[in-house]
Design a protein around this ligand. Structure first.
Ligand code: GLN
Length: 382
């Protein structure tokens, strides 16, 4: 007789990104749902991968990542955030940002611990907390600017609070943390044992002259942080599934105890290519203006539709209200949009544990202008 599994995720449905991408493909819809670019990545980087592969760089690299790549990352961190991190002790290359977040949470959480999570939240955070037997303490971001109510955070912090998960620039809202948020955060964690898991995968995708408030910029925050990044978002190669985590030595030592028995080490060939490519600062410095243009191009055309934009200051997403168009739930509307109008977006209600339907859809604007134009032509029919 086949044994049955006692599920660790009894209530989990398939992630919305897979659900909507499959639906988009089935209905031949333009996929502005799952976040990935549809334009070509830099040919110089793909050439470096080919070169690395043909040079025989096809075996395991060190379980913590290729040293040259970690050194290139340390240089970048010093340049951007004026923080000298030790490439050997404080950086680990991971198969993507989501893996880095999972590993960081698994490293610190014990059953019964509380973790503060802001909603809407990227859909992996809460399942990861629960898989570890810990408890999410959910704080809603204020609608419609999605700012953090720090008074509420103060009230929710308890002796059981093990960590706070931060995400800036924020998925799905495009909100970015500012200097005041950082000051409030410092006050709250000062003198406590609270860790910070900071999802900063959109660090370069920041607009309107805003500064990315990385935990790496603030020593009193970095001392308690696992800071997670993604090359997929930086170099338009989400399918490569490669990223990294930065944390102080004692935190990173524990992270590596989990990492080594999970994936052990990350794809080696692309690490050789990224180590060289990362030295070219202008490649990542121009990303913000490149994607800001796309945001503005899309938003400009969307004015011809009944969708109403909410501000996006970062990430490659913008939220649009659809309350003038439909009374359906976001999910039903997103499905109908895919099937009937052939455009796919993500309903933001899925980023809330307790169903919250503000009639807001998330659109990914990291697409060719022709893709955005065709999508808007279809949305104008609504
Ligand atoms: N981060 C991407 C998004 O929010 C997708 C990640 C995924 O598909 N797991 O769309």
């Amino acid at each position: 007789m086949q044994p049955t599994i006692k599920s660790k995720q009894p209530n989990a449905a398939t992630t919305i990104f897979t659900v909507m991408s499959v639906l988009a493909a089935q209905h031949n819809a333009i996929n502005l749902g799952q976040g990935f670019p549809d334009f070509m990545m830099d040919a110089e980087l793909t050439a470096l991968v080919t070169k690395a592969m043909n040079s025989g760089h096809n075996q395991y690299v060190h379980m913590n990542g290729l040293m040259q790549l970690r050194e290139s990352i340390a240089e970048k961190i010093h340049y951007l955030y004026n923080n000298t991190v030790n490439a050997d002790a404080e950086i680990t290359i991971t198969p993507g940002g989501t893996y880095a977040i999972y590993t960081a949470l698994t490293t610190i959480l014990q059953p019964g611990d509380e973790v503060i999570v802001f909603e809407p939240a990227y859909d992996s955070y809460i399942p990861t907390i629960e898989i570890n037997g810990a408890v999410p303490v959910i704080i809603p971001l204020r609608f419609p600017d999605y700012s953090i109510d720090w008074e509420l955070v103060k009230q929710k912090v308890s002796t059981k609070t093990k960590a706070i998960i931060l995400n800036t620039p924020h998925n799905p809202t495009g909100m970015v943390l500012g200097a005041n948020d950082i000051e409030q955060l410092k006050k709250i964690v000062s003198g406590t044992d609270i860790f910070i898991v900071s999802d900063e995968v959109y660090e370069h995708l920041i607009y309107d002259g805003k500064q990315h408030e990385s935990m790496l910029r603030h020593p009193e925050l970095f001392e308690r942080s696992f800071v997670c990044f993604s090359f997929g978002k930086t170099y338009h190669c989400t399918g490569w599934k490669i990223g990294y985590c930065v944390a102080p030595p004692s935190l990173m030592a524990e992270f590596r105890k989990i990492h080594q028995f999970n994936c052990f080490s990350t794809n080696s060939t692309v690490q050789f290519a990224l180590a060289a490519f990362l030295k070219q600062k202008e490649k990542y410095l121009q990303l913000g203006s490149f994607l800001q243009q796309k945001r503005d191009y899309f938003a400009g055309m969307m004015l011809q539709t009944k969708f109403k934009a909410l501000p996006s200051h970062g990430s490659y997403f913008q939220l649009y209200r659809c309350n003038d168009i439909t009374d359906e739930s976001e999910k039903d509307f997103a499905i109908r949009l895919t099937k009937e109008y052939k455009v796919t977006a993500i309903p933001t209600s899925v980023f809330y544990k307790n169903e919250t339907d503000n009639k807001v859809l998330r659109f990914c604007f990291a697409k060719k202008e022709s893709t955005l134009e065709e999508a808007v032509n279809r949305l104008m029919k609504l």
